[in-house]
Design a protein around this ligand. Structure first.
Ligand SMILES: C[S@@+](CC[C@H](N)C(=O)[O-])C[C@H]1O[C@@H](n2cnc3c(N)ncnc32)[C@H](O)[C@@H]1O
Length: 397
């Protein structure tokens, strides 16, 4: 029995120039938080999807040994889920930060290795504060000194233990509890310095000293608690992780991918450069490195062209009959709510965007609520799901 048969699903019919397309609305995976492998939760990442989403599509539409890819990899959710289910993963993102987060998840190390390495590290060397970015609103001077020493060490030391330590350190850069390196801040978003100064003022505090090694070790233990370290490690080097534009996946071989499970930027909903600025700073990734690379546009026509060009590139890398599960959401656009799944559907029916080479099979909406929204297609049963997970399943033809 498939997950679709198991879930309570309502199906509506969208009429398109290419015929009726079924849109299934239901709870295909649990709404509960943190139910999957602990490595998935080692880093917060803006607009990441729940691992249950790639798991649903991987389990229902691919077999063991298949190649599962994500051109907008983010924190590596699809990659890790592919690895955990015996598939070969490929992950790409325009931001090199993604590779720093994704690689250690599929090449994890043991707590003992991390503990040993941390013991060996001396993070107490003096640093030239004037040569560094002013981060005094986030970090106590002694915490900052340790952070810079760690960053300098990681420039030249990059085995799998170092890389796991780096990923874990990135996850501790800012947040609200004592487990983070910063003064009280937001865990999901790197907020601007001026906002952090306001938080410090309103709480009447200055950043206190947060020793970093013990915090890295504590978080690493939590990330690794689901185990499967040896299994993941055995296949870790089979996966491919690239940094580049989704419209030009240079290092991905033609006709090599069985299924793509992905989620592109939704117009300009999220600012991936600004919201990750502290992570980028720690990794030495500059705004210039990302300029014109991260696509976040408020213009629907530019977005459509971007997605269409990405799909053209995905057509090249997919095997014949290969699938794309593309997750989009609903966005506010010119005073209305736009269901981006319908925009994607219109793309696959459009001559203008030259989308003859994909056929939409069906759409899935992961939803607990049923609310009416603006639609651009006729809906047979007049019930329209809302929620952020709208997945269009397309097939290469
Ligand atoms: C919705 S997020 C994907 C999150 C991912 N599914 C996860 O679970 O972490 C979109 C990603 O697209 C990336 N991105 C933006 N423009 C891109 C481009 N032109 N090519 C490749 N990646 C891009 C952003 O850096 C961001 O990580």
């Amino acid at each position: 029995m498939t997950a679709l048969e198991l879930a309570t699903v309502e199906t509506e019919l969208l009429s398109t120039p290419a015929g009726g397309i079924q849109r299934h609305i239901g709870e295909f995976w649990t709404a509960k938080q943190r139910q999957m492998h602990s490595l998935h939760y080692s880093n917060s990442y803006r607009a990441s999807f729940k691992p249950e989403l790639p798991n649903f599509f991987i389990q229902n539409f691919t077999n063991k040994g298949d190649v599962v890819a994500d051109p907008f990899g983010g924190r590596g959710t699809t990659l890790l889920q592919a690895a955990l289910t015996g598939r070969i993963g490929i992950s790409n993102d325009a931001n090199p930060l993604s590779e720093r987060l994704a690689y250690p998840k599929v090449n994890p190390v043991t707590v003992q290795e991390i503990e040993r390495r941390l013991c060996e590290l001396d993070l107490s060397a003096d640093i030239d504060f004037d040569a560094e970015e002013d981060m005094s609103m986030f970090y106590h001077a002694d915490t900052f000194k340790e952070l810079i020493n760690l960053r300098n060490y990681l420039k030249n030391n990059r085995d799998d233990v170092d890389r796991f330590i780096e990923m874990t350190a990135i996850s501790r850069l800012h947040g609200h509890s004592n487990g983070f390196f910063s003064a009280y801040s937001f865990p999901q978003i790197s907020i601007p310095k001026s906002n952090q100064e306001k938080i410090n003022q309103s709480r009447g505090v200055e950043p206190d000293y947060r020793e970093i090694k013990s915090r890295i070790l504590r978080k690493a233990k939590v990330s690794l608690k689901s185990g499967k370290i040896a299994e993941l490690r055995k296949t870790g080097k089979q996966h491919l992780i690239t940094t580049g534009d989704s419209r030009d996946l240079k290092d991905w071989k033609s006709e090599s991918v069985d299924m793509v499970v992905t989620s592109p930027p939704f117009l300009s909903q999220v600012d991936y450069v600004q919201d990750n600025w502290i992570e980028n700073w720690f990794c030495g990734i500059t705004k210039d490195d990302l300029k014109d690379k991260i696509v976040q546009t408020p213009d629907l026509n530019i977005w459509k062209e971007f997605i269409s060009d990405t799909l053209t590139e995905l057509h090249r890398v997919l095997k014949k009959g290969g699938l794309v599960a593309m997750e989009v959401g609903e966005v506010k656009y010119q005073n209305m709510i736009l269901n981006l799944d319908e925009i994607l559907l219109s793309l696959t029916c459009s001559r203008q965007y030259n989308m003859k080479h994909f056929r939409t099979r069906e759409i899935y909406v992961q939803s607990q609520n049923f609310t009416k929204l603006a639609n651009c297609f006729n809906v047979a049963n007049n019930k329209k799901g809302t929620n952020t997970n709208r997945i269009v399943l397309m097939e290469k033809i």
